[in-house]
Structure formats: C-alpha cells, structure tokens
Design a protein around this ligand. Structure first.
Ligand code: HEC
Length: 132
C-alpha cells in the first residue's frame, strides 16, 4: 500500500468519533439548556419536547431517526442557524451547545462529568448513535 494512503487511514482512525453514549455532557450543562429551552423553545416544541403542530418533537424515535449517524455539531449548527424559527440567529454557540446537552439528556443519553465542548472540532468527533 502506498505510504500516503496509510497516512490517510491512520488519520481517519485517529479522528474516529466517540459517541453520545460516552457521557459527553454534564448535568449542570443540561440544566442550563433546560432553562433556555423553557424560555426560548417550549412555546413551539412543547413543555415535554413532544412537538406541537408544525414544530416537530425533539425526543423519541422520530427525532433520533433523523439524527443517528450524524455528529452533534450538526444539531448545534441547525439550532444556531434556524432556531427559534421565528427569530433565528440570536443564540450563541455556547447556548446552542447547552441546549443540545439538554436534548441529549431528554433523549436518555447518559450524563458525564464534563460539559459538551462548544468548539466545532470537538463536536465533530461525537456521533449520535443507536444503543450499542
Ligand atoms: C416559533 C416556533 C419555534 C421555536 C420558538 C423553536 N422552534 Fe425549533 N422548530 C420549529 C419548526 C417549525 C421546526 C421544523 C423546521 C423544518 O422542518 O424545517 C423546528 C425544528 C427544530 C429542530 C430539528 C428537529 C428535527 O426533527 O430534526 C430542532 C433541533 C429544533 N427545532 C430545536 C429548537 C430549539 C433548541 C429551540 C429553542 C432555541 C427551538 N427549536 C425553538 C419551530 C420552532
């Protein structure tokens, strides 16, 4: 095998994503996300994230089906760019990361000891996965 290809393979292995099952957010962070959710999101997505009218649920099988196989930065980015849908773009990346931590918690992914980092490179390394 050509050396350059070996290098590429080694690079890919080093960047292999960890998963949302690894305890990637803290309970304090999910708590901050929950507060934001109540003030900025629940009026559309519902108190229990169950979805109302046009606003889809943010918990459960239908939601997870869309996000499995994607890395968490995608969820953070979508929230940052498009939510709240009637006034998007006002939340910081940190706030959207806290909100994502809350969504992970509400979807039953395990809590860990440290915050989900808000930088995009770290977030690209964490995959939303079905239970192992
Ligand atoms: C004014 C109503 C409204 C508010 C407020 C709102 N959303 Fe949404 N949200 C929507 C709608 C409508 C969609 C569906 C958009 C689409 O399908 O293009 C959506 C979609 C989403 C999705 C993608 C869901 C999926 O199934 O993939 C996420 C994640 C999300 N919202 C998070 C949030 C968060 C976090 C907040 C609070 C910061 C928020 N939304 C506030 C209306 C709202």
């Amino acid at each position: 095998m050509k050396p350059v290809l070996l290098l590429l393979l080694a690079g890919a292995a080093a960047a292999a994503p960890s998963s949302v099952w690894d305890g990637v957010y803290s309970s304090e962070q999910a708590g901050r996300g929950q507060k934001l959710y109540k003030s900025d999101c629940s009026r559309c997505h519902g108190q229990d994230l169950e979805g109302v009218d046009d606003s889809p649920p943010l918990v459960g099988e239908a939601f997870l089906k869309k996000w499995r196989g994607k890395t968490v930065n995608r969820l953070v980015d979508l929230t940052r760019r498009t939510m709240p849908s009637d006034d998007p773009g006002g939340l910081t990346r940190e706030q959207c990361t806290d909100l994502t931590a809350y969504l992970l918690s509400a979807n039953g992914f395990p809590v860990g000891k440290t915050d989900l980092p808000s930088d995009i490179e770290s977030q690209r390394g964490i995959m939303v996965e079905a239970k192992k």
